[in-house]
Write a protein that binds this ligand. Structure first.
Ligand code: ZN
Length: 186
């Protein structure tokens, strides 16, 4: 599990010029407009050798992005027997099913850190809620989850990390204004 990260010079430059990020033990959501560095921050947490991770113990990291969850690309990413099963099933399944297979194929242990880049990609609301519930179940088992997401289902009850100041409040304000606007015209 990772309590925080101090970014290296390069990553600090790429991610809103902030050096340190504090992460919570449970569910973390990184939010911000496109280009603010959400995916870059996830990849820095996952594998940058120069960034300093502050870990509370030995930590296994699992990283997923939309491309890995794409059933037509699964063949590139998953190896071994489990990989064969995932790849074969991906031939017949959707993004959501592939993600469920992949998450289901891990044996989560306390302290594991799951990193997901835009887990909402390619899913309808029903699936997005299922994915959120699956991730919450991992948190219940003592794992940590870090997502970068544009979807409010992943912001709910999360420690929100804003890459642009006041982004969450502004986004929710715009959302409710647009919904109310549509309601008024119907
Ligand atoms: Zn770095």
């Amino acid at each position: 599990m990772i309590a925080g990260i101090s970014l290296c010079f390069n990553h600090k430059r790429m991610i809103s010029h902030r050096k340190r990020f504090v992460l919570s033990r449970g569910f973390n959501a990184i939010v911000g407009p496109n280009g603010s560095g959400k995916s870059t921050l996830l990849r820095a947490i996952y594998k940058c050798r120069d960034c300093k991770r502050h870990e509370s113990g030995p930590t296994r990291y699992q990283y997923f992005n939309g491309e890995m969850m794409n059933p037509h690309r699964a063949y590139k990413y998953f190896k071994g027997l489990q990989g064969t099963i995932i790849r074969t099933r991906a031939l017949f399944s959707s993004h959501g099913e592939t993600m469920r297979d992949v998450l289901g194929s891990y044996n989560p242990q306390k302290g594991d850190c799951f990193i997901l880049d835009e887990p909402e990609t390619g899913h309808d609301l029903e699936w997005i809620i299922k994915i959120r519930k699956g991730l919450d179940a991992l948190v219940q088992e003592g794992c940590q989850v870090i997502v970068a997401s544009h979807h409010p289902v992943f912001w709910h009850n999360a420690k929100v990390i804003e890459l642009k100041r006041d982004y969450l409040r502004q986004a929710l304000k715009i959302m409710s204004a647009q919904i109310e606007d549509k309601g008024g015209h119907s």
